[in-house]
Design a protein around this ligand. Structure first.
Ligand code: PHE
Length: 450
């Protein structure tokens, strides 16, 4: 079969690129606010369980499928199915992934655009203007949001158009070390300027009285989103992974790095929130409103604020390129159009859809689309709670029950029987059942409320 022959050049590139995809707004913006509103340590503990029991086996499955076919997710699913004697219709899972990627990119880019905008805002912030006013000023203007959304999508198109090696690999090798350094700077800042002990105990002392079934569901959804699973990004990056890399070890490293950075983001944020007497449970506005207010009162805040928002922007960019790449790779591979044209046209679709999300902050703030949610909320709901868990569940079912053992064993290196046996048990029984349980639990109340 005609496989593509592109593989990452650097020994660490797969890990950096997959970690780049995984570490994003979900870690630095989403994780801390969700931990903050779900009782801290107890949420963190359940989240860890989800990462290793559901996320890790599915991540391995995506890489196995991607690398064995060396094709974009649609064709990887199709080839894997055909070679295993299963129906080529399994490619629908790949198509669902492409759709999710474009939908997520559309609203992710609006949020990332706000992060870009905040680099300047935090540089000029003073205690004279409240951070709530700053936030509403930035988001009340549709043209302002449109500008930053356009800048962010253009960066993505540009990088992807350059290709896997000269585009993605090159920027990843530069951005990821910067990201690690900046997050360390922010944690050090929290040690100096924040109430670090209180931050630590908030993150690690579990208060189980706060745990409800909803905590469990929220932690699981977050684990999925955070590891970029169920929509083809990891499968696509896996198709570029050199043959001699060990899938289990790299997956473990990526999941570990993603978790480490989410926890570090919490340790960068909560000590500051406590020291400045702000509310840890303030929800989605935690970084844009609460952190901005802390920076405007902090020594060197006009320097540290921009550092924090550059960190967020880099994390967002290394994630968003992995949202666009699977569909561009498909267009490229099928020779539908050239890679640059594919990047521009698919990026344009995401850009257009993103306009609905940016209007949710202003002109459409009263308009509801799905279940009382605004446009951005609806996009988030469709992808995060419908398409991604469904995609992940089907990947698990496919890998556990249909994919030929020969393919799997060929991908997991020699002498890995133990890894194989444990993985097989999880991917067959544990991961899909847990995902299905969450999926059903999230949807039943949802359809009741319609
Ligand atoms: N994992 C990214 C984050 O945590 C989001 C993402 C989801 C990226 C799916 C790619 C694919 O922000």
């Amino acid at each position: 079969m005609n496989k593509n022959t592109i593989t990452w050049i650097g020994k660490w590139t797969f890990i950096l690129a997959a970690a780049g995809s995984a570490v994003g707004l979900g870690n630095i913006w989403g994780f801390p606010y969700k931990a903050g509103t779900n009782g801290g340590g107890a949420f963190v503990l359940i989240y860890l369980g989800c990462i290793f029991m559901i996320g890790l086996p599915i991540m391995m499955a995506e890489i196995i499928i991607g690398r064995s076919a060396r094709k974009s997710p649609v064709n990887a699913m199709k080839n894997g199915a055909i070679e295993s004697g299963a129906s080529p219709k399994w490619q629908i899972v790949g198509w669902g992934g492409l759709l999710s990627g474009i939908l997520i990119l559309s609203f992710y880019s609006v949020l990332a655009g706000i992060c870009l905008n905040y680099i300047g805002i935090s540089a000029g912030a003073s205690s004279a203007m409240s951070s709530v006013e700053e936030f509403s000023r930035a988001t009340a203007s549709a043209t302002n949001l449109l500008f930053w959304h356009t800048v962010f999508i253009s960066l993505n198109i540009f990088i992807i158009a350059y290709g896997v090696i000269s585009g993605i690999e090159r920027v990843i090798n530069f951005m990821m070390p910067v990201l690690f350094i900046l997050i360390i700077v922010m944690v050090l800042n929290a040690m100096i300027n924040g109430d670090f002990m209180r931050g630590l105990s908030f993150m690690f002392a579990p208060d189980f009285s706060q745990v409800t079934p909803a905590t469990f569901l929220s932690a699981m959804g977050q684990a999925f989103f955070s590891l970029s699973l169920g929509m083809g990004s990891i499968m696509c990056y896996g198709s570029y992974m050199p043959d001699d890399e060990n899938i289990f070890k790299t997956s473990l490293t990526v999941a570990g790095l993603d978790t480490l950075i989410a926890i570090m983001a919490g340790l960068a944020i909560f000590p500051i929130i406590f020291a400045y007497g702000l509310d840890a449970a303030s929800g989605p506005n935690l970084v844009f409103v609460s952190m901005l207010s802390a920076f405007s009162d902090m020594p060197f805040g006009n320097l540290l604020g921009p550092v924090f928002f550059i960190l967020l922007s880099i994390a967002a960019l290394s994630s968003s390129i992995s949202l666009l790449e699977p569909s561009v790779a498909y267009f490229d591979e099928e020779k539908i159009v050239s890679r640059p044209v594919a990047a521009i046209s698919l990026g344009f679709i995401a850009w257009l859809l993103g306009i609905g999300s940016l209007l949710s902050f202003n002109l459409w703030s009263d308009k509801t689309f799905i279940a009382g949610l605004d446009f951005l909320g609806s996009m988030d709901f469709i992808t995060n709670q419908l398409l991604m868990p469904l995609g992940g569940m089907f990947v698990a079912i496919f890998a556990g029950w249909f994919l030929s053992t020969k393919i799997v064993v060929g991908e997991l290196s020699e002498g890995q029987e133990k890894v194989f046996n444990i993985w097989k048990f999880f991917i067959k029984f544990v991961s899909p059942v847990l995902v299905a349980a969450v999926f059903i639990n999230q949807l039943i109340p949802f359809f009741h409320n319609l």
